[in-house]
Design a protein around this ligand. Structure first.
Ligand code: MN
Length: 260
């Protein structure tokens, strides 16, 4: 079964775990878009997997780790078994690996989780680091001005669409995925940039409803730390960057957040 996802924009998150922020590090990454078509990003991820510091305790992957995913039985066809081995190398070295799916890899499921040692998280999820509640999401659900994307999203996150899709042969699924990617690239070209970004008032409502002052997401490929006032308190939104030209990593250590 694919990872459970919340198909609408309610975005009420469950708390999935508490982490004690002692001497160790927690890393957040997203939007690696790993694909045999981009060998540089594969090399970058391989180096990342084999040169991780012993200080790292947990890694949260916040979606679009893969450029697309057509079901766990299609990993071989996409040439992704090496990436699965690298993920397994990380998890077997004692680092906890979490996978929160994005709009490109929402079909990652339990077989993938078993093969790699990743724990799948629903989008959104809340974690607690020290005493701070942190809202984690891939980010596309926050881009509410992009009505077309939100409509496609709710269709593809429905159990019905997913079961029909997963019943097709791997080859048919690959064709569909390539076609969908092409359509999405084409429709992006016609959209004004700002409608594909986070809607600030929706974001604030989500943060209020979930009682968080810190939120981490990817998806927009616009790495930044946004600080703003939320009902008289300081709120922060960390946006992870993609891995097309560099590794964008948010490191949390001793209550310090470093976005590189
Ligand atoms: Mn995305």
């Amino acid at each position: 079964m694919p990872c459970p996802s919340i198909p609408d924009n309610m975005q009420t998150a469950g708390t999935i775990g508490s982490f004690f922020d002692n001497m160790k590090e927690i890393l957040f990454i997203s939007d690696l878009h790993l694909s045999q078509e981009y060998p540089d990003s594969l090399d970058r991820f391989e180096r990342f997997a084999f040169t991780l510091s012993h200080e790292v305790d947990q890694i949260f992957m916040l979606g679009d780790v893969f450029d697309f995913w057509i079901g766990d039985d299609g990993a071989e066809t996409l040439g992704h078994h090496k990436i699965e081995e690298q993920l397994h190398h990380i998890s077997s070295s004692g680092i906890e690996l979490f996978f929160l799916p994005g709009n490109r890899d929402f079909l990652v499921g339990q077989d993938f989780a078993r093969r790699t040692g990743c724990r799948l998280l629903p989008d959104p999820s809340i974690i607690v680091i020290g005493t701070e509640r942190i809202y984690l999401t891939h980010g596309d659900a926050l881009c509410t001005d992009d009505i077309e994307h939100q409509q496609n999203r709710s269709v593809m996150l429905s159990a019905k669409w997913q079961s029909v899709f997963l019943e097709k042969s791997v080859e048919e699924r690959l064709d569909t995925a390539l076609r969908l990617r092409q359509e999405s690239e084409r429709s992006k070209q016609d959209k004004p940039m700002d409608i594909m970004d986070v809607n600030q008032s929706h974001l604030e409502n989500v943060m209020r409803k979930n009682q968080v002052k810190t939120l981490i997401h990817g998806h927009t490929h616009k790495p930044a730390v946004h600080e703003f006032d939320l009902d008289g308190a300081k709120a922060r939104r960390y946006v992870l960057g993609d891995w097309y030209t560099q590794n964008s990593i948010l490191t949390v250590r001793n209550g310090e957040y470093m976005l590189e």
